[in-house]
Write a protein that binds this ligand. Structure first.
Ligand code: HEC
Length: 146
């Protein structure tokens, strides 16, 4: 009785171990890389499509900002507009006082963002300015050379 039981277990082990390893493994190795590659390409494609969709659906610039960006500014004029309106907070040479230093600000913010910063009044205590498009273009060209 004891021997028979032992033999049965042994036989079962042999069947489980030998059969699958000879027949299943090779075909698995051939098949698995292709679906993985396909999934990776599909994910990359979907992400690119989403990025393009976000770019296409970005809000258009408002007409004011558009006209500012279409004008070429004069940094000397911009400097005098800055002295009249901005130095109280940003300092005589834009080094910062109440407001932050503006040196290198154009590397951190796009042209459109700089225009928004000046005309929006969204970051109190900085007031909302309403310069003409040409004045704003001049101011922008001054900010960009800081
Ligand atoms: C009453 C004070 C005040 C005046 C006047 C003022 N600002 Fe500011 N400005 C600030 C403050 C405070 C901030 C920081 C706002 C924040 O990000 O919370 C700021 C931020 C900015 C920034 C963004 C800086 C950054 O690092 O992102 C720009 C650009 C700027 N001001 C330009 C100007 C210009 C140009 C003028 C003049 C037309 C002006 N400011 C006048 C107080 C002022």
């Amino acid at each position: 009785m004891i021997n028979e039981g032992a033999n049965l277990t042994k036989d079962a082990d042999v069947i489980v171990e030998t059969q699958p390893s000879n027949t299943m493994m090779p075909s698995d190795e051939v098949r698995s890389p292709q679906p993985n590659k396909f999934i990776a390409i599909a994910i990359a494609f979907v992400m690119m499509a989403i990025a393009i969709a976000i770019w296409l659906l970005r809000p258009p610039l408002d007409p004011y900002t558009q006209s500012v960006l279409s004008l070429s500014g004069d940094p000397v004029q911009g400097r005098s507009i800055f002295v009249m309106n901005c130095v109280a907070c940003h300092g005589q040479w834009a080094n910062g006082k109440v407001g932050p230093s503006l040196h290198g600000v154009s590397e951190r913010k796009s042209d459109a963002k700089l225009v928004q910063q000046v005309v929006s009044g969204e970051t109190p205590p900085m007031p909302q300015f309403q310069p003409s498009p040409q004045d704003m273009a001049d101011l922008l060209s001054y900010l960009k050379q800081l």
